[in-house]
Design a protein around this ligand. Structure first.
Ligand code: UDP
Length: 432
């Protein structure tokens, strides 16, 4: 029965280009998710086209990643970097370009999987125009995010409206953790279908390097206790909490410590400013001699850093899933993370790491010390962490759950959309 189905899927990620360098501002988990899901689906027999917005005139229009897996860049708005809060006004143009691409290529997608709220609107429009079925992953929920920041952007009202509409109208919403599903129900709407399919990680890549070999490669001696962070420089990532926690470590001055803060940044941009702010706190607390900022770490070198670390810290104020936690765990490194969102799902306290209240530097210091001062326990946590990720969070496993979902939806008749947000919302956002 399955052979009658055209296994052709469009993954839409308007602002998160799956083909660009990860680790810069606005390039993080979503880009990784779309790219990895795309490649894993292609291995499972799907034809995968990943659509994104062109953000520079030098970017190729089509990037082939693997057989049957490519990124297609559509021109919608200026061919330059536009912060995500300002992209929504170009969504109607994105829809137009998508339809044009379909016409020129002779492909009509029966199903799209949209990522982040801007793309969700594109999916709802395609449903309205041509009955395309829609699966959606939020990656971040406005209703959660706006609770934790002081300056609410202009776009917030539109975003909250779109996020509610997609939950109520898409065929299926993919929540990446039970915690994310609860937030959708409590803060967005009680209507709509939600499936839980987690994010994944490359369990062959992360876990491929041995600790001693990693330390040798990075020039770190075996006695040093290595505390590692990697991710975007964004205040919501809570790097300040980590730095303040390490400054209070009971081991400071007794055991050699090394704090590594990895992640790319651009001078003068918001990530560059956050990096400067963090560096100045490091200097103020007298930690510069044992703290390093290696910059953007790509997925070739990242397994070495995770393997070299005694503990990986994810101090985010909120995290819908948190790929870094499972990458570290897959590498056999225990995680100390904030007791929030998807981190409560991935990190099992006392088994694969420890959880501490977000922003609580005293609790983070205690948790980090507890792990790094007990190497036997540390190794036990690391082993259990690796096992948990290998059995629950591989991209191949995630992709096969998504594949089953898409096949299920493709077999169902097209339903008439109940309600969709009109193009007028986008038009008014342009003029806002
Ligand atoms: N990342 C990377 N190099 C860096 C910084 C981050 O490859 O220098 C990757 C990291 O490995 C992970 C992703 O970016 O795959 C971050 O995803 P996460 O869900 O942890 O956070 P987000 O960026 O989505 O908030």
């Amino acid at each position: 029965m399955k052979s009658a189905i055209q296994k052709h899927i469009a993954l839409i990620s308007v602002h998160g280009d799956p083909a660009i360098e990860i680790g810069k501002e606005e390039a993080g988990g979503q880009n990784v998710y779309v790219r990895q899901v795309g490649e894993a689906l292609a291995k499972q027999g799907w034809k995968v086209d990943m659509f994104t917005r062109r953000a520079s005139s030098e970017q190729a229009t089509v990037v082939e990643h693997a057989e049957n897996c490519r990124t297609i860049r559509l021109t919608a708005g200026p061919a330059e970097f536009v912060p995500r809060d300002n992209i929504f006004g170009y969504a109607p143009e994105f829809v137009e370009q998508f339809l044009k691409f379909q016409k020129q290529s002779g492909i009509q997608y029966q199903i799209v999987h949209t990522n982040y709220w801007i793309s969700s609107w594109v999916g709802m429009e395609l449903n309205k125009i041509q009955g395309t079925k829609q699966v959606h992953t939020y990656h971040s929920l406005g209703a959660v995010k706006y609770k934790s920041i002081s300056t609410i952007p202009l776009i917030s009202k539109t975003r909250l409206g779109v996020e509610k509409a997609v939950l109520e109208t898409a065929e299926t919403i993919v929540a990446t953790s039970p915690q994310e599903k609860e937030h959708m129900r409590a803060l967005v709407s009680s209507k709509g279908n939600i499936d839980i399919i987690p994010c994944g990680t490359d369990v062959e890549r992360f876990g491929s390097v041995e600790r001693e070999e990693a330390r040798q490669q990075l020039g770190i001696d075996p006695e040093t206790k290595v505390i590692f962070y990697v991710g975007r420089f964004d205040q919501r990532k809570g790097i300040e909490t980590l730095v303040r926690a390490v400054s209070q470590s009971q081991l400071r001055g007794k055991t050699p410590l090394k704090l590594i803060i990895g992640g790319g940044s651009r001078p003068g941009q918001s990530d560059g400013l956050e990096r400067d702010r963090i560096e100045s706190i490091v200097n103020e607390l007298g930690m510069s001699s044992f703290t390093s900022f290696p910059g953007n770490l790509d997925h070739e070198i990242l397994p070495t850093y995770y393997a070299a670390a005694d503990v990986c810290v994810v101090p985010s104020h909120y995290e819908p899933f948190g790929l870094v936690a499972i990458e570290a765990m897959a590498s056999g490194t225990p995680v100390v993370a904030s007791d929030v969102g998807g981190l409560q799902f991935t990190v099992v306290p006392g088994e694969t790491g420890l959880l501490a209240p977000a922003k609580d530097e005293v609790a983070f210091a205690a948790a980090i010390d507890q792990i790094i001062s007990n190497p036997t326990w540390r190794n036990k946590l690391g082993e259990a962490a690796k096992h948990r990720v290998r059995t629950k969070f591989s991209w191949d496993g995630v992709a096969s759950q998504l594949s089953d979902l898409y096949i299920d939806l493709l077999q169902q008749p097209v339903k008439v959309p109940a309600s969709v947000v009109s193009t007028k919302v986008a038009a008014s956002a342009v003029s806002a």
